[in-house]
Design a protein around this ligand. Sequence first.
Ligand code: ATP
Ligand code: LTN
Length: 327
Amino acid sequence: MKKRVFSGIQPTGNIHIGNYLGAIRHWVAAQGEFENIFSIVDLHAITIPQNPKILKTKIREVSALLFAAGIDPKQSAVFVQSNVTAHTEMAWILNCFIPMGWMSGMTQFKEKSEKQKKEVSVGLFDYPALMAADILLYKTDFVPVGHDQKQHVELTRDVAQRFNSIYGDTFKFPEPIINEIGARIMGLDNPIKKMSKSEALPIHAINLLDSADDIRSKIMKATTDSDTEIVFDKNRKGIYNLLVIYEQFTSFKRADIETRFEGKGYADFKKELADVIIEGLRHLQSRYLELIIDPSYVDSLLKDGASRVRPIAEKTLNEVKTKIGIG
Ligand code: ATP
Ligand code: LTN
């Protein structure tokens, strides 16, 4: 029996190289080893106000991007979260087992609620309960994510533990898989902040669908420092981040990268970095264009994904309902 992997991505903003290097690329690479379930988490997306038309378009765009990046619909079930209603039901039940104090300690909530200009919704506060439902419904073994999601997976384990201690063995304890290098790609404009979809400034992130010209111009403008040496030094955050991106796209060894750029300037390095990213995204971008002209094909893959996972989710939900005496 293969171990089961579950992960999710929000259909918001533009998917960037942080999402790709920190998450999607690893999902693709490990597909053969596991039984995989990937969700386009639209219910998480609405914890922040969304434009309905854009949200609908983004669901398809993100799905097509996953397939274009190499997610194979035969090996992996990809589905839209709101198409499997067990997620909302399970989230409600888990709510009743999560103390307020656990939720208020969540870093992502603190960061996102500070950014939020309008009212902060209860949904945003409760985001981790829905994420715990996503994971626990499938008796997931592994959750491959970027660094920012580690705390949510820990809360998921805590609520599973609490439930099991009251009702007996029900949920499996999921383990996060975080590939430390690439797990936290930083913003190009500000290398002390993680690259994020919800950051407005265009030069903040390289998006997977950016044109070659955009990629070049963003990289050339990326923040560095007044030093000259091109070496992996964590204290020099701007150049370190760019070198990590270079390393991730080329798979070259750090020592070889440093030798390659010895005596060269930032402009030379940046030019080569831009070329490496453009080349690294070329296949994904052309595959995406092929997929997106036929939305009905992408929709059919999503429908099929939902039909495959729904019975698993419903089985766990029913087991839980029986144990707590409802339904
Ligand atoms: P937002 O910042 O708007 O919440 P996001 O960019 O974090 O969005 P998500 O859809 O929340 O995007 O994340 C999808 C996956 O990408 C998650 O596994 C997340 O951990 C990973 N990820 C997000 N940002 C980065 C980053 N800067 N570096 C590495 N991985 C990242
Ligand atoms: N919160 C995650 C997306 C997400 C997820 C999940 C990831 C929703 N449900 C379950 C792993 C497992 C994010 O913002 N990246």
